[in-house]
Write a protein that binds this ligand. Structure first.
Ligand code: FAD
Length: 460
């Protein structure tokens, strides 16, 4: 039998790679991990964590606005972008350090450098030479994508750079309608930047429930974000006073900064997957089965590079399932059904299960429960902000198959709703749960009337 330097070589120390490496090493296997950038990956370094800190920073503006209604006198206000970025970077360094320590405590060897497969069992790591391994896990994540065909695209930044701007722009144009574009629009607008969101689709947040999409776009505009739909960049031009975006309909917007957040792609460049014989999907993701195994017997892939459900907890669970299967003798597949997700827009979204459109398509008859109301906190302050809650129920079985919440704490609420939906809760069981008062979440268990499309003007 061939002998190798390691039992497992993991390429990429992000959410999926680190979890798999740690669990495998804790089983007694010899494990090495290569990381070309910083340990922690997208989530910790330039994704979920710094983004959430930026959301927190930007939310203060809204709190200041309503503070007076609650009896507060808020004095002189100013925001120091550089000071905040410094604090944020210190926190990210601390978290990245914890990941490094955890890997080392588990007994995994960390190698800094880009890794490239030269065959199914051999990896070359910059600065570390050639290493062989019995099994290889590809966990290289994804990268922002921008349309090279747009003239002047080099003047635009991606979300990667948004975390390290030397200063806050006065005006920004954000291209894209996905959750990253929507979240950054909320962040910049909250921090006082004149923000325009341009999206080529008919509404933001494709894949989310249509009521949620319409509601969020409306709420974003209430917060001062200019949302332009059905429009895309034709070109970008740098001028003495900023960057001019020219759109397909001919109109132009000048800003100080343009950010493209129009999609992400699996990061497979320079990985040597061809040399190892690893097959990709048509969209360029590593093709895997339910156990995250590629077409090559000893190579697996988890996380965003497989482009299944591109979320941190999913990458972590896929990595854990791989380790369970291969190093603990317990064949485990991660179930991608009923995974809750959040969008940290302002107001934020929590969603789990099917949209109304998906449910109608897959299940036929569905009952819809929907409410839109002013949350107590903002109603008191005379604000016009509204929450939205929606349940999608399969008519025949009365199973709740979708739950959608827009409003303060929606991401926190949806985590617990996901437990019930994952367990197959029926509407009757859902309703038998007593409310917690006074909360936004209580409205979820007091939805009695079925929704008829004419009831909610504007978003029916
Ligand atoms: P990654 O975390 O991307 O890790 C891959 C690692 O591999 C990277 O560190 C990379 O440097 C390294 N690497 C790549 N190629 C090589 C190579 N050849 N050699 C050595 N190292 C290599 N998800 C959520 O669940 N909630 C959120 O709120 C959320 N917000 C996000 C916000 C933004 C702006 C972005 C961009 C993403 C966000 N995500 C969020 C998605 C989440 O970050 C990813 O789903 C998650 O990080 C995927 O983990 P991963 O292990 O697949 O890859």
């Amino acid at each position: 039998m061939a002998t190798y330097d390691y039992d497992l070589f993991v390429i990429g120390a992000g959410s999926g790679g680190v979890r798999a490496a740690r669990l495998a090493a804790m089983s007694g296997a010899s494990v090495a991990v290569a990381e070309e950038h910083r340990v922690g990956g997208t989530c910790v370094i330039r994704g979920c964590v710094p983004k959430k800190l930026m959301v927190y920073a930007s939310e203060f503006a809204h709190h200041f606005k309503i503070a007076q209604s609650y009896g507060w006198t808020v004095g002189e206000r100013s925001f120091d972008w550089r000071a905040f970025i410094e604090e944020k970077d210190a926190e990210i360094a601390r978290l990245s350090g914890i990941y490094v320590t955890n890997l080392s405590n588990a007994g995994a060897v960390l190698m800094h450098g880009k890794a490239r497969l030269t065959d199914a069992h051999t990896v070359q790591v910059e600065g570390h030479g050639t290493i062989t391994a019995d099994r290889v896990l590809v966990a290289t994540g994804g990268r922002p994508w921008a349309p090279d065909a747009v003239p002047g695209i080099e003047h635009a930044i991606s979300s990667n750079e948004a975390f390290h701007l030397p200063e806050l722009p006065r005006r920004i144009v954000i291209a894209g309608g996905g959750y990253i574009a929507v979240e950054f629009a909320g962040i910049f607008a909250g921090l006082g930047v004149e923000t325009t969101l341009v999206h080529r689709g008919p509404n933001v947040l494709r894949g989310f429930d249509d009521h949620v999409r319409a509601h969020v776009a409306e709420e974003m505009e209430k917060r001062g974000i200019q949302v332009i739909l059905g429009c895309r960049h034709e070109s970008l031009e740098k001028t003495a006073s900023g960057v001019v975006s020219t759109f397909a309909d001919g109109h132009k917007v000048e800003s100080d900064l343009v950010m493209f957040a129009v999609g992400r792609k699996p990061y497979v460049e320079g990985l040597g997957l061809e040399a190892a014989g690893v097959a990709l999907t048509e969209l360029g993701a590593v093709k895997v089965d339910d156990y995250s195994r590629t077409n090559v017997d000893n190579i697996w892939a988890v996380g965003d590079v497989t482009d299944r459900l591109n979320l941190t907890p999913v990458a972590i669970r896929e990595g854990a399932a791989f380790a369970e299967t291969e190093f603990y003798g317990r064949p485990t597949r991660f179930d991608h059904e009923m995974v809750a997700s959040a969008v940290f827009s302002q107001p934020p979204i929590g969603a789990v299960g099917m949209t109304e459109a998906d449910a109608r398509h897959a299940l036929g008859r569905v009952d819809i429960y929907l409410a839109r109301f002013r949350p107590m906190k903002y109603a008191f302050a005379g604000g016009d902000e509204r929450c939205l809650i929606k349940l999608v129920v399969e008519a025949a079985s009365q199973r709740v198959v979708g739950c959608h919440v827009v409003g303060p704490d929606a991401p926190e609420i949806i985590q617990m709703a996901a437990v019930a939906l994952k367990m197959g809760v029926t509407k009757q069981q859902w309703d038998s749960t007593c409310a917690v008062h006074p909360t936004l979440a209580e409205e979820l268990v007091t939805l009695r009337e079925k929704y008829m499309p004419s009831e909610l003007g504007g978003i029916g």
